[in-house]
Design a protein around this ligand. Sequence first.
Ligand code: SF4
Length: 239
Amino acid sequence: MKSIKELAKNPNFIPGIYNYCNRWCERCSFTSQCANYAIGEDRFGDLKNTDLNNAQFWERLAGVLSETMEMVREKAQEFGIDLDNLTEAEKVPDFEDMESHFLVQLCLKYEKLSTEWFKESVYVDLETAEFIESKQIELKDATEVIRWYQYLIEVKFRRALLTFTEEDEEFTLIDRNGSAKVALIGIDRSLAAWNVILNVIKDQAKSILEIVALLRRIKKIAEKQLPDARSFIRTGLDE
Ligand code: SF4
């Protein structure tokens, strides 16, 4: 294994790229440029190829979100689930107490609902079963994405909210927006993953859409309360 000093000299590594990533190295498209990955794994085989495959995976998933949105809206309407509007209480920002912060509470609710959803047995007819079989990879991937971000979203928002009490203004802004951006990307990807599941397990549409609606509310509230997070440029990852 190479020493940290040796690794630091490698001009291919992007300094600090790991500061605001999601730590999902197996799915990362920057492993070949990340010293943190190299230190932990010491793998230099075909990283560029792996990175490319991973980049394509995330692109495909992002495509799912826009492609399936209309279908999701129609389904939500059918069940009377509002995907777009916040309640009056949700419109009121509250930065006072992190434990009771509305954003954190909603994230906890999301964690609970999604955990419960995966615990429930899903009964499907033969036709659906065959369809799922043909889509098994998609379902597996979507589940992995949801699982990976399930708790990370809350952790990253907590971190972003915590910075409101920090005194170093420059660090505060970077850390707040960097952390919140990871959470927002996690929400986008989780939404796309839930759309994949909805597309396959149609008879669970109502329970899936309730989770989707909650995630969308979390996203809206976060974008309102942390307005600069979306446009924050994370070194390497967003450049
Ligand atoms: S940037 Fe990628 S490879 Fe590096 S620590 Fe983050 S997820 Fe892992």
